[in-house]
Design a protein around this ligand. Structure first.
Ligand code: FA5
Length: 338
């Protein structure tokens, strides 16, 4: 049997050698726990003679008390060391500059769309949405395309079934509007359009168009030219000129394509924006609009063309690639809902 003094010495040595508070917890259990070696000695009391008991009891108690005191001192010491180590490990430099969060902005096509909406909305045109998955009849039939007319070949697209397709032009809104709204009317839409196109720097299979039209009494090419002039100046600045040349679209008569030129862009070269004309009387009659009283104009253009011209972007595929090195260059407008 070990003596209380021996166990005390053993415990004190272990406490001195301990390097962490976890070690100390183990030592405490080993010597002072219910079954620990020092308290364990108490169980031996019963086997001692009456005379031996008090002295032995005292010796156990004194060993216990001095181990407890030693343990408490060492716990306090090691706690301090461990805390200092923890603080060191978790040290932060509050004077370091922080990481600023990435601030988003509207996509350049979205910014352009917002501007178009402000300009045409400001001229009294009402913005309307129109489906991208469109019926053949609105995309072609209602726009005066005779069956199998070759003009449809220019606008081959993705067919969902025999009567549904991804719209090739935002002009498809016209029939939907003429069915429901009586003239006088001024309407425009901006949205995604699709064509089965050999993709290159200026042609995508997915792109965006503006389509704008009005019907009222006495509307002529002069109104079209005036409206497009205001639109182009709002988009590109006061120095811009607009040129009309005859062109064919089944839904206008006369039909034109229009180009713009400004000294700032492409060395003043004419750059085509879109098509336009006076709404074909066949269309007005189809929707019961009195052609003696009313006439109208319509124009459409590619949204991508606007930033391409304004900023000299030479490849429209970049608009849909989501490369931040490209998109981050256009931080002009805050992110707001369109
Ligand atoms: C049309 O789509 C007619 N709906 C425009 C119109 C409206 C004429 C109202 C008369 C009255 P066009 O196919 O030319 O026309 O397309 C118009 C513009 O859309 C083009 O000038 C071009 O800017 C843009 N566009 C056409 N195809 C693509 C394409 N694949 N990728 C990018 N932009 C395109």
């Amino acid at each position: 049997m070990q003596k209380p003094e021996e166990l005390q010495l053993e415990a004190v040595c272990a406490i001195d050698a301990a390097t962490s508070t976890t070690d100390l917890r183990e030592i405490e259990l080993r010597f002072l726990g219910k079954n620990g070696s020092i308290l364990g000695l108490m169980k031996l009391l019963g086997g001692l003679s009456k005379e031996e008991r008090p002295a032995f009891g005292q010796a156990v108690n004194s060993a216990k008390a001095s181990v407890e005191a030693k343990l408490a001192d060492r716990v306090a010491e090691l706690k301090q060391v461990e805390q200092a180590q923890q603080f060191e490990a978790e040290r932060i430099d509050v004077t370091m500059p922080g990481h600023s969060p990435r601030v988003g902005q509207a996509h350049i096509l979205q910014q352009t769309t917002q501007k178009i909406k402000r300009v045409l909305g400001g001229m009294g045109f009402r913005y309307m949405e129109s489906p991208e998955l469109e019926q053949f009849k609105y995309n072609f039939d209602a726009l005066n395309y005779p069956p199998d007319h070759p003009a449809m070949d220019d606008q081959d697209t993705f067919y969902i079934d025999d009567t549904h397709l991804l719209r090739t032009q935002c002009t498809a809104l016209q029939g939907r509007v003429f069915e429901t709204i009586k003239p006088p009317l001024r309407v425009f839409t901006v949205g995604r359009t699709y064509r089965n196109e050999a993709v290159d720097r200026t042609h995508g299979h997915t792109f965006h168009q503006v389509d704008c039209f009005m019907i009222d009494e006495g509307i002529s090419m002069a109104h079209l030219k005036g409206t497009l002039g205001v639109f182009a100046r709002s988009m590109f600045g006061d120095e811009v000129s607009v040129r009309f040349r005859p062109d064919f679209f089944p839904f206008v008569e006369p039909g034109v394509d229009y180009a713009i030129s400004t000294p700032k862009l492409f060395n003043g070269r004419w750059v085509e924006l879109g098509g336009a004309g006076l709404i074909h009387p066949n269309i007005l009659e189809r929707y019961g609009i009195d052609t003696e009283r009313y006439s109208g104009f319509a124009f459409g253009l590619g949204v991508e063309r606007i930033p391409m011209m304004a900023y000299g972007i030479d490849d429209l595929r970049q608009f849909l690639e989501n490369d931040f090195r490209f998109l981050d260059q256009f931080k002009f407008e805050p992110l707001t809902s369109a």
